[in-house]
Design a binder for this molecule. Structure first.
Ligand code: ADP
Ligand code: ZN
Ligand code: ZN
Length: 727
């Protein structure tokens, strides 16, 4: 019987498109890529289904494909089913889900071929009479030392370009070359695995016991308790059984440090996905995973879609981190997808954090997840003491209290490092006119422009719009203009003035934008010696700096007054994580927090009770307000150039959604907190329910009618299931 190919295409429509197969002999299967005509264009799509053709009349309407791109499916059944689930759960067009799940070159239809590389090894008859040059001897020594083959690149990395020497040695038949699949280099000097302490060993055993069946396990280990060491040993065990391990890490600059710890201990193929890779590197990593060459895949959010056919364990490090949630196009949460994947593949998933998300904590409390605790630091170090400083007290300079100033001086004298943490949002200086109070604001957003002094620029942090710093006020032509608020850069300058002998390093998005500069900064810090480090969020996470004994949090008030229902949870996580950066080595640490709210109950709860007690209290609050993880949320957002359009569409959508049902509350529409952004006006509807299934059914039921509303054509709109913020 003739059949029709249902092809998922990169377009915003919520269905697959019908095409006829060509004459190719090989079997037609789901997961093959095809190039097809689409309007006046050609697109590459994935065969998502194959259906028998029922109706003969159809035939004339269906176009044939242009070319078939793969002999065998490039995406496995399991992965297709996972993406199908993602498309349904997040109510996102399936074709667009593939855009997120696949590397660009694969999406664009390039041949799925692994790159090869020249590898050199010693020839078996390596005795020679002829005299060798210095360079040739160097190469031989290197190859002898490694007793394995090395790629041309690895040789260059180790001892510089020796290509000519290699050619000469080849003529003398002392070395031979071979083309082989290009794989990440192995570390040549392996370090034996650490001996685990009792708690770590119990953690490894508890997970290992659950191999070959699905379970979610929350590993709550305080900062420095040795969670990473537990991951390494579990990975080693799983790989020794011939299985693959998928490790997700947050989207921050610490990939390198984290991956190196695995490489140092394990002589297996470790493939990495991170944001600094180019398209070819991504494609190679993806294909190494797919071919089974990769034993361990380590990557950020989208690595959850890696093609792994022998998956044995999923690990999610810093599982509370908000970067696991994608905030545009397909708004998926990688933790959620990972758990579904583990469930379908019948394997355990390990969620690790010093500050578990309330979601995971809730499931551990209700025993849907098992809970493992590491309560001690692995090095035996104590957690640092924490002290609050009233920020309205005496100051050494703008933003720095006298108490903290003295402590910094003491710490530096002892040859130790100081880490000062800045909440970027609270520290963004704006430009104001002292005569008429004019403030620089973005013409595309409801937002103030931020002063970037070092570049003499005003910059909008919401749309990226920038302009040179004006010399005079555009309103009254006064030249009496100044910055209001303290910026990271200003703090840096102040500290450099206060401590002229000490290097001050700043680590924020501005200073680490260039690829490699982050790595260099980290290395510089690890090299030790008295230094002051100033940083934003990215410093709070995961770094292991042994010489940091003093941590200062310059302004903690922001999170105490936010309208966001997750603000307190995030602040508690941040404070706990930042605190964990102090005293990780042999020297004890101390933490100072500057706040104008020293008597706020939050501090009592967190500092005396600890994170878990705080989490329990917050969970209680979520129970009474029916917020996640107790209730479920969904936000429907719309934006348009015309102010009235999003509200009109959402009002009509809300009328549809409210028809004959009581299980889901539809609130709004309301304009977004920042209504205008990048030239668009924005509004939203909030859906809340205690019945997740009802929510999904409701969306399924109305989504098509919503797309067909005339008012929907005047705006762009999206559905955000399980939003992490409501703005
Ligand atoms: P976490 O991931 O929980 O923050 P790490 O795995 O980074 O903790 O461990 C913190 C520090 O303790 C690291 O310097 C690590 O080398 C050390 N460490 C971890 N486990 C052990 C162990 N069993 N014996 C000795 N040192 C350990
Ligand atoms: Zn003015
Ligand atoms: Zn803007």
């Amino acid at each position: 019987m003739p059949f029709i190919l249902k092809v998922a295409l990169p377009c915003p429509l919520r269905f697959c498109f019908d095409y006829l197969p060509d004459q190719s002999e090989a079997a037609w299967q789901r997961g093959l890529r095809v190039r097809v005509p689409f309007g006046s264009r050609e697109l590459v799509g994935i065969i998502f289904d194959i259906e028998d053709m029922q109706d003969k009349v159809q035939l004339s309407k269906v176009k044939p494909i242009i070319t078939r791109l793969d002999e065998l499916p490039i995406i496995s059944e399991e992965l297709l089913n996972l993406i199908s689930w993602v498309s349904e759960y997040y109510h996102h067009p399936v074709g667009d889900c593939f855009q997120v799940a696949l590397p660009k070159k694969i999406r664009l239809g390039e041949p799925a071929l692994l790159m090869k590389e020249t590898y050199w090894s010693l020839a078996s008859d390596s005795a020679s009479e002829s005299k060798l040059g210095k360079k040739q001897e160097n190469v031989l020594k290197l190859l002898q030392k490694n007793s394995t083959h090395l790629s041309q690149q690895e040789i260059t990395d180790a001892i510089g370009n020796h290509n000519d020497a290699l050619k000469r040695l080849e003529v003398k038949r002392l070395v031979k070359k071979e083309k082989q699949v290009k794989k990440p280099a192995l570390v040549t000097d392996l370090i034996p695995l650490k001996k685990l302490n009792n708690d770590q060993e119990a953690a490894v055993n508890a997970v290992w016991e659950k191999q070959n069946k699905f379970s979610s396990i929350l590993l709550h280990g305080i900062t420095g308790s040795g969670k990473t060491e537990v991951y390494i040993q579990l990975a080693s065990l799983v790989v020794s059984k011939g299985k693959q391990v998928l490790i997700l890490i947050p989207e921050i600059g610490l990939t390198e440090q984290f991956v190196n710890r695995f490489k140092q201990h394990l002589s297996v193929c470790i493939v990495v996905f991170n944001s600094s890779m180019n398209d070819s590197e991504r494609q190679q990593a993806w294909l190494l995973a797919q071919s089974g060459d990769a034993d361990i895949v380590i990557g950020t959010r989208s690595a959850v879609f890696s093609p792994l056919s022998r998956l044995g364990l999923v690990i999610i490090d810093e599982e509370h981190d908000s970067s696991y949630k994608q905030q545009d196009s397909l708004r998926y949460h990688a933790r959620n997808v990972a758990i579904i994947r583990a469930k379908r593949e019948n394997i355990p998933v390990l969620l690790g954090s010093a500050t578990p998300s309330l979601e995971s904590f809730y499931h551990a409390q209700s025993q849907r997840y098992s809970l493992i605790t590491l309560a001690q630091r692995a090095t035996g170090a104590e957690l640092p003491e924490v002290e609050l400083i009233d920020s309205s007290g005496p100051k050494a300079c703008n933003g720095l209290s006298s108490i903290l100033y003295k402590e910094i001086g003491k710490t530096l004298e002892e040859g130790n490092q100081v880490l000062l943490f800045i909440n970027q949002r609270g520290y963004a200086p704006v430009l104001i006119c002292h005569d008429c109070s004019w403030q620089a604001s973005c013409k595309h957003c409801d937002a103030k422009m931020i002063v970037h002094q070092s570049r003499y620029q005003l910059r909008c942090h919401h749309c990226g719009f920038n302009q040179p710093l004006p010399k005079e006020c555009p309103e009254c032509e006064s030249t009496e203009m100044g910055n209001y608020g303290v910026g990271t850069q200003q703090i840096e300058e102040n500290l450099q003035t206060l401590f002229p002998e000490t290097p001050v390093l700043r680590m924020d998005r501005d200073s680490t934008q260039r690829v490699g500069s982050f790595v260099k900064l980290v290395a510089d810090i690890q090299a030790g010696g008295a230094k002051i480090l100033i940083g934003t969020q990215m410093l709070a996470k995961g770094h292991d700096f042994h010489d940091v004994t003093l941590v200062g949090i310059l302004d903690a008030d922001q999170g105490l007054f936010s309208a966001d229902f997750r603000a307190t949870e995030s602040l508690a996580q941040l404070i706990t994580q930042v605190t964990g950066r102090a005293g990780r080595g042999r020297k004890p640490g101390k933490v100072y927090i500057q706040t104008s709210q020293v008597v706020h109950p939050f501090w009592q709860d967190l500092l005396q009770g600890g994170y878990i007690k705080m989490a329990k209290k917050l969970l209680q609050e979520r129970k009474s307000s029916l917020m996640p993880p107790i209730g479920s949320l969904c936000v429907i957002r719309a934006r348009a150039k015309k102010q009235a359009s999003p509200l009109k569409f959402l009002t009509e959508a809300s009328a549809l959604l409210n028809q004959n049902q009581k299980l889901v509350m539809v609130l709004g529409p309301v304009p977004a907190m920042m209504e205008k952004r990048a030239g668009n006006f924005r509004a939203q509807l909030l859906l809340t329910t205690q019945n997740r299934k009802a929510l999904h059914q409701l969306l399924d039921h109305h989504i098509e009618a919503m797309s067909k509303l005339k008012s929907s054509r005047e705006c762009q709109w999206s559905i955000d299931v399980d939003p992490i913020d409501l703005y």
